[in-house]
Design a protein around this ligand. Sequence first.
Ligand SMILES: Cc1cc2nc3c(=O)[nH]c(=O)nc-3n(C[C@H](O)[C@H](O)[C@H](O)COP(=O)(O)O)c2cc1C
Length: 335
Amino acid sequence: MTRAPLQRLDTALTRHAGIDVPLICGAMYPCSNPELVAAVSDAGGIGIVQPISLTYVHGHDYREGLRLIRQLTAKPIGLNALIEQSSRSYHERMVRWVSIALEEGVRFFITSLGNPRWVCERVHASGGAVYHDVTERKWALKGRDAGADGLIGVNRRAGGHAGPLTAEALLEQVADLGLPVVCAGGIGDPAGFAAALRLGYAGAQLGTRFIATPECRASDAYKQAILAAGEQDIVWSERITGVPVAVINTPYIQRMGLKAGPLARWMLRGRKTKRWMRMFYGLKSIWQLKRASLDESGDKDYWQAGKSVAAIGSIEPAGEIVRRFAAAVTARATT
Ligand SMILES: Cc1cc2nc3c(=O)[nH]c(=O)nc-3n(C[C@H](O)[C@H](O)[C@H](O)COP(=O)(O)O)c2cc1C
C-alpha cells in the first residue's frame, strides 16, 4: 500500500525532538516495549523508552534494547528519566542509563519527579532537549529553573499518576513561563488531539491509546478491557504505589479497595518511614504490574488506564494511530 507523505506539523515539540507529528507515546511501566516505541517513532511521532519496562518486564539488556529499537527505526526516540532521589544506587543507575542513551544517539528526554538539572546539563551538552513532567505550576517553575526546554502537563484525565487539574487549567497555570507545553491525559482520538493543539499545547502525549495496539505486548485481556471501558470505569487506587494511580475498575480492584491500608497510611505520613514505605510500594508495584500486564488469564486485573478509554474503540497499529491523528489535524489546518 502506498501512503500519502505525512505533512509536517511544525510546533516547538517537533523542532526540539526532530519529528514530524507532535505526538508522543508516553513512557509506560510496564507497557513500553521496543516494538511499540519504534512503531510510533517510525510513523513520525516519538516513542519514549521506559528503562525499567525495557529491562525488567521485556527482558532486554538496556543498551541492547536501545539498539534493537534503533534497528527497527532510524527516527528519533526518547527516554523517560525518573529522577526521584530515592536511593543512591537508583540515582547512579539512572545516571548510567542517561549516559548510555546519549551514547546510543537518544536526544530527547522526559524527566519525571525530582530536579532535572543534571539531566538538562548532560543532554544540552550533547545538543538534545529535556521536557519535564508537571502537574502544577510549582513543579513547572522547578523544571524551568533547572533548564528544561519544555513541559509535559499531566492533567486529571491521564493514565498512570494523574494530576489534579484539567488540561485547560494546567495550561493557564504555566502559559506565562515561556516554555512549550505538551498535553498529557485524556486524549484517545484525533478530535482530542486537535482540541489540545487549538488550546495552545505544542503537542500531545498519549499512553492508554497506544496500549490497544498490536505492537504493545500487554495481554489481550488488558487491551479488551480498555476497549470495553467508559470514563466512569476509571478509578484511582492508592494500593499500587501509595499515591493514586488511574486503573480500570475491575472486580479485582473492587475486592482490593482503593485506599492504602492504615499501616501504610501511617508510614507514608512519617518523615523517615515515608521513604521505606515508598521503596516497599515501588518494588511491590514493579512486580505486581508486570505480572498483571502480561497475564492472559485476567485474574489479577490491575490495569492502568486513563479517561481516554472512552474514545478508544479498536485495536489499531500504532503507526496508523499517528497517521490518523496527523491527518485530522493537517486537514483542519488546510480547511
Ligand atoms: C499503563 C501506564 C503506565 C504508565 N507508566 C508511566 C511511567 O512509567 N512513567 C511516566 O512518566 N508516565 C507513565 N504513564 C503516563 C503516560 O506516559 C502518559 O502521560 C499518560 O498515559 C497520558 O494519559 P492517557 O493515558 O490518557 O493517554 C503511564 C500511563 C499508563 C497508561
